[in-house]
Design a protein around this ligand. Structure first.
Ligand SMILES: [Cu+2]
Length: 557
């Protein structure tokens, strides 16, 4: 059972907001007087830590998909979880050892369980074909062969992935190997080896999770005004002094994050999606796309409390308050006792990239229907104002791109739209979002996001990759100015170029998600397992509402 302590937030919201402004202005949490520090600590929930779940003596793991109740801010919400009411356990798997997972679905709707980042055959990958009926079950057996990594599992029900994840379905997969064991990294689970699943949510006035797949979320994604860490609002964690290891997962539907510390102490990145880097990479900020994992070490030997925070990002919709200011992820309180883990100089050996000449090359062009783009932007601006536009302003029926250093490209699709004032600003667009789902000349946003001009089609794989062969995939978001974190099933790849630039050092190791934001990214993929037509692998945007509305393709191996 997942023992998530209820995310009770006893603070007054205003107090916290004022406190955040105060700490942001000062820049240094420790500047607060001692009395207020202890006061805040007393009111803060303890970080819930997902329990480790190892295979039993028969190498079996049981997962049950549940509906339950979770307290957020003193109100009870219906939530979904694996073996509990919210999120799920951390499955502890060994490289080279087979595991059988028995999944029972007690929900009233279909779901699937996808092993994100785990290199397994298409048959057990849990993509949209791996449906588990309400009341049904599914048993999958696989053997992780890849290097040690922090992966995760979540639903992949086509058209419903965004909602099912928003309801709480997500768990971790920890793959371990001998290299990892020999490194003497911090490894006491929940003490100095701590997972942080970061997700934003929005709640109704009654306190229920407020999810919609509509024209606005289909365009910019579903986002909330509350950041949860392992299901709790701004929790705290007391850890031994020394090196603290954080396993970060951006589990948001649509929000990219930018992880940092409140007192500017550096983060040492030791692992990306698919495992250890060759050596630690020191960063002051760590941008994280949806679905991405990074492991970082942070030095807390000075004994001073501080916060892990996420800084504002330039992404459409994600600039809305309170995310226009740094948001706290976790309060860290160092203890008197000393930690034993170390930060090694060398981590793992990454193979050199093979010669790129003569490789099969495929181009995946991501695009959004201009009508969805227009209607989604309009809805966003009407609901949240110009502040939501992340530097893109809309007025008098045309898009004006106001310059911001982070968004150098023009909005190709909007630029090509010749819309008149009346159509844009009036003409029924004032109605609520639900009403815009229909009508509008029969426009259907459910297939308005596309790859190579086609919305997802479960029955027709787009191509066949050759097993065991390297391929060079070019993923293009040219002509679009939406963030598309692109995820490929069945492989850990290497990034050759990311959005037109060489990858940052901490993004040059094993990855399963690449940033595509108005330009081209190139990745080197290789598939070691079969994925026949009926169990094709998926390649898709991990902004879940883009995925759910068509920005996904199937391919065979
Ligand atoms: Cu996308």
């Amino acid at each position: 059972m997942l023992k998530i302590s209820p995310a009770i937030d006893k603070e007054m919201p205003m107090q916290r907001r004022d406190f955040l402004k105060y700490s942001a202005a000062l820049g240094v949490m420790s500047a607060l007087p001692l009395w207020s520090r202890s006061l805040f600590a007393a009111e803060r929930p303890t970080l819930p830590v997902p329990p480790l779940l190892s295979p039993d003596a028969q190498n079996r793991i049981q997962l049950t998909v549940h509906a339950g109740e979770t307290l957020f801010g003193g109100k009870s919400a219906t939530t979904w979880g694996y073996n509990g009411s919210l999120l799920g356990p951390a499955l502890q798997l060994r490289q080279g050892r087979a595991v059988t997972v028995e999944i029972r679905n007690t929900l009233a709707e279909e779901t699937t369980v996808h092993w994100h980042g785990v290199e397994v055959a298409g048959e057990v990958d849990g993509g949209p074909q791996g449906v588990i009926k309400p009341g049904g079950s599914r048993t999958v057996t696989f053997t992780p062969t890849q290097q040690a990594a922090t992966c995760w599992f979540h639903p992949h029900q086509h058209g419903k992935t965004g909602r099912q994840v928003a309801m709480g379905l997500a768990g971790l997969v920890l793959i371990e190997d001998d290299t990892l064991r020999q490194l003497r990294l911090p490894q006491q689970w929940g003490i100095d080896d701590v997972p942080l699943i970061m997700q934003d949510k929005r709640f109704t006035a009654q306190g229920q999770i407020d999810y919609q797949l509509d024209v606005m979320s289909a365009a910019v994604g579903w986002f909330g005004d509350t950041l949860l860490t392992n299901g709790a609002v701004y929790p705290q964690h007391a850890a031994p002094r020394g090196w603290l290891r954080l396993r970060l997962l951006n589990g948001c539907n649509a929000r990219s994050l930018n992880v940092a510390t409140s007192d500017k102490r550096p983060l040492y990145v030791i692992a990306s999606d698919g495992g250890l880097l060759s050596e630690p990479v020191k960063v002051s900020e760590l941008p994280m796309l949806m679905g991405e994992r990074f492991e970082v070490l942070v030095d807390i030997s000075d004994g001073k409390p501080f916060d892990i925070v996420t800084l504002p990002v330039q992404q459409m919709g994600m600039t809305v308050a309170p995310f226009d200011q740094p948001q706290p992820v976790l309060r860290i309180q160092p203890l008197q006792v000393t930690a034993s883990g170390i930060l090694p100089d060398k981590l793992a050996s990454l193979p050199a990239l093979p010669p790129l000449e003569g490789l099969t090359q495929r181009t995946l062009q991501l695009s959004m229907d201009p009508m969805l783009d227009m209607m989604g932007m309009q809805a966003l601006q009407q609901k949240y104002g110009d502040a939501a536009m992340a530097g893109m302003m809309m007025g008098h029926g045309q898009m004006n791109h106001t310059q911001s250093g982070n968004m150098p490209m023009s909005h190709g699709q909007m630029g090509s739209m010749q819309m008149d004032h009346g159509q844009m600003n009036h003409g029924g667009m004032k109605s609520d979002h639900g009403a815009m789902n229909h009508g509008n000349g029969g426009f259907d946003f459910h297939s308005a996001n596309r790859i190579n001009g086609k919305a997802f089609d479960m029955t027709t794989p787009a191509f066949a990759a050759q097993k065991g062969q390297y391929e060079r995939w070019v993923i293009s978001g040219e002509g679009d100015m939406m963030l598309h974190p692109f995820h490929i099933h069945g492989t850990q790849f290497r990034i050759l170029s990311e959005n037109g630039k060489p990858p940052a050092a901490h993004r040059a190791g094993w990855k399963d998600t690449v940033n595509v934001y108005g330009a081209r990214s190139e990745v080197l993929v290789r598939f070691q397992h079969d994925a026949p037509k009926e169990h094709a692998y998926m390649a898709h945007c991990h902004l879940l509402e883009h995925e759910d509305t068509g920005m996904m393709l199937g391919f065979t191996v």
